[in-house]
Each structure stands twice: as C-alpha cells, then as structure tokens.
Design a protein around this ligand. Structure first.
Ligand code: PEP
Length: 253
C-alpha cells in the first residue's frame, strides 16, 4: 500500500501578517521541486486568508488549527467550516493543547471531525498519551480510545479523507521526541489496529498516520523510514523556513 507522505506545519499562535508572508516567501521557492510529498501549512486564523492567497497555485496546501462544528450563528469567537473551506483544505482537530488548555473532549473532537468531513475539509486528528499515562502503561488504551471516539459515526464514504497524527503529549514542544521505533510500534499496534476494527482492513492500510512531537531536521528521517509513519505534524520547527524545508525533503521516498 503506497501512502503519499504528508508534512504539516502547525504554527500555533505565532505569526503576524508580515511574519507569515516572510515565512511563506522563504519556504516557497525551496519547495518548488518537491513533488512527492504533500505539504501543508497551518497558520493562525488571522493570516489564513493571506497565506492561502500567497500559496495559491503552488501545490502547497493550507490548514486551520481548529474549527467549531456549527455552520454559523451566535458562537462568539468561533470559526466555522463554511468559513474555512473558502481558504483551506485541512484542519487540525483535537490537538493536545486544545484538549489540555481549552477543555476539548473526545466528544467535542468527534463533533468537529463529523462536521469537517461533511463540509469537505480533511481533518488531521491528533491523539496521544500524557507522560503519566505512558508511565502507567496506558498508552495503547488511551490512544485507541481517542481514535475510536473521534471517529464515532463517521460515514465510510469519507474514510479516505482522514489523517491521524500520533503526538505523544510529553514530546510536544519539549525537545524530547519519542523514539522512531516506539512511535512506529504505537501506530502499528494501536492506531492501525483500532482503525481496522472500526473501519476495516483496507481503510486502516490506506489511512495516513503522522508522527508529531519535536520533529526536527536531524531526527525527521528516522521517523520517515518507519513502515507505519507517513509524515509529520511539525510545531516549533515549522516556524523556521530552512528547518521546515529540510523536514519536507527528508520525507521524500
Ligand atoms: C505540534 O504542535 O503538533 C508539535 C508536534 O509541536 P513540536 O513539533 O514543537 O513538538
């Protein structure tokens, strides 16, 4: 089964308009020759439109970092799938920072996933265990539960539009990445197994599963050569043009 590698940069809450455009202008020429990796940049909502305009026709996609599930209405401060689909193809959902800081639950992640798929957005669904859960031997249980609940009631007709990002919480923004073999084992043993149970063997085999957590140019290749890792969700390093470009180059088959 050939799965096209995907590398997505999560800028988090970084980037004014000028900063966003200079970052895009620095990565764009470097990525012109990269054909065989799908590249996505996920800037904050405030610059999503200008970034999508700048990237238009380049083959590099944009993604949002979150969205609400309703289409419109009295939801002050929220952004809807109808607004996003005008300017991006992807949306990160269930990031551990959303779960830990903003109280998102498996249930609200599921509502977002169903809404994103319905509106033609590709969700990048983040799952991962905390350090306590890992040390308590609960990694498989936690990750499987997050995947199962995120995909509850998903219509199989959308199954080729789902991306999972395995992001151990203790590895995000800490400089402490999982071992490539360890991440591969969780993806193979937990995530593909639950995808197989929930959505069937062929969907499990076809679904792209990314690793995220302190991926940098010097460790990216180790992750990408693993059989079950199909790319990366990159936080800090996606804010440095050269680092992001090197990670994308490392993802080429
Ligand atoms: C992330 O924000 O999804 C992430 C993986 O961050 P970092 O690469 O900085 O650990």
């Amino acid at each position: 089964m050939i799965r096209i590698p995907l590398v997505a940069g999560n800028w988090k809450m970084n980037g004014t308009g000028d900063e966003a455009l200079s970052l895009i202008d620095a990565i764009l020429p470097e990525l012109q020759e990269v054909q065989d990796v799908e590249c996505v940049v996920c800037p904050p909502f405030t610059v999503l439109y200008i970034v999508s305009q700048r990237l238009s026709g380049s083959g590099i996609h944009t993604g949002a970092q979150n969205m609400f599930w309703e289409e419109s209405g009295a939801y002050t401060g929220e952004v809807s799938p109808l607004m996003l689909k005008q300017m991006c193809k992807f949306v990160i959902l269930g990031h551990s920072e959303r779960r830990a800081i903003f109280g998102e639950t498996d249930d609200t992640v599921n509502k977002r996933v169903l809404s994103a798929l319905y509106h033609g957005l590709v969700p990048i669904i983040c799952v991962g265990e905390t350090l306590d859960e890992r040390e308590g031997g609960m990694t498989d249980e936690v990750v499987q539960c997050q995947v199962r609940l995120a995909l509850k009631d998903v219509d199989l007709k959308y199954s080729d539009e789902i991306i999972i990002a395995y992001e151990p919480v203790w590895a995000i923004g800490t400089g402490r990445s999982a071992t490539a073999e360890g991440a591969n084992a969780v993806i193979e043993g937990s995530i593909r197994t639950i995808l197989k149970q929930e959505l069937g063997n062929s969907i499990s085999e076809a679904t792209r599963i990314l690793y995220g957590g302190s991926v940098k140019p010097d460790n990216a290749r180790e992750f990408f050569i693993q059989s079950e890792i199909d790319g990366a969700l990159v936080g800090g390093a996606s804010l440095k043009a050269q680092d992001f470009v090197e990670i994308i180059r490392a993802a080429r088959n």
